[in-house]
Design a protein around this ligand. Sequence first.
Ligand SMILES: Cc1cc2nc3c(=O)[nH]c(=O)nc-3n(C[C@H](O)[C@H](O)[C@H](O)COP(=O)(O)O)c2cc1C
Length: 367
Amino acid sequence: MSINSFGHLFRVTTWGESHGPAIGATVDGCPPGVAVDEAMIQHWLDRRKPGQNKYTTQRREPDQVRILSGVFEGITTGTPVQLMIENTDQRSKDYGDIKDKFRPGHADITYYQKYGIRDYRGGGRSSARETASRVAAGGLAREAIKTLAPDLRITGYMVQMGPHQIDRDRFDWNQIEQNPFWVPDANAAMKWADYLDSLRKSGSSVGAVVEVTARNVPPGLGAPVYGKLDTDLAAAMMSINAVKGVEIGEGMSAAMLTGEANADEIFMGNDGKPAYSSNHAGGILGGISTGQDVVVRFAVKPTSSILTPRKTITKAGAETEIITKGRHDPCVGIRAVPVGEAMMACVLLDHMLLHRGQVGKNRGRVG
Ligand SMILES: Cc1cc2nc3c(=O)[nH]c(=O)nc-3n(C[C@H](O)[C@H](O)[C@H](O)COP(=O)(O)O)c2cc1C
């Protein structure tokens, strides 16, 4: 299996399977001198950890990260950083009765068609357990970003669960950490709780839309034509399990606007820097950050493992039915929020490092 890496200069390679002894990330290209320890990375992993409330899978993984290399006396040395998370709640027997069947909506059939091997233990490499490694790498990226752009803030949150959208007029950054859904609208959080409860009890599931915003991003990140910041962000988000759509700024809705409505008019701000009347562009023009908030949204499909029997086939080609009895999340969008944040952190850091080489001492300036 090739291409387990992403990023240009801050290059992350993830490894491991859902039910193997451990998973992890090897990070090549982290700058030296970044203060980091296991607790700092653990903080971000704890946000993604399963089993924290009744809306996420009851798989009990402590997801304890260990730093095996690249950090000495509390700072990165510039050598590869090896991050490892042991798998402690494997329970392979949960998957015994689906060993020869392909779960609809999962990667079982395509992995088998491609590699001829069926790792039935929770999907093996295709399991979203892999995203824990990304969150660990994202934790390291965040610490490195602090040394380059201390005011930069990356925040993920849910803006839609099934048909229920948040009310943008009630958007409150402080609400995001106050409810199990990372939703910035307290009203929505209450309604979603009842909605998801009934879905969970019936063994069903639902999709979601997650938004990730990066504030105080310096202008100038990204390069035309094939090194666009939005290209890399879209690829990063699309690579997360269950993601079926990605938008930047106005995204698909831009197609409905007129040129007048979509134009983010430019002014000179009081601080002597460019200011914009709106942010339909999602903070990126021509693949390069404008200095406005970078806004990315992604749609997560409904959890495929549901309790209602679904038709499928066996490895031998016989038609049959399947019920996925293993533990599952009624809405995987919830746990995708910290993963989206981690991908944003990795891509932004990567482009900050690239930026140094792309412009040397020649910096453009407005005003
Ligand atoms: C954080 C996270 C947790 C997930 N947990 C589950 C789960 O418990 N059950 C499930 O059916 N899918 C889960 N998924 C989605 C599957 O991993 C994914 O649908 C599957 O691997 C097929 O890949 P694809 O949907 O990207 O095509 C999860 C996704 C994410 C991001």
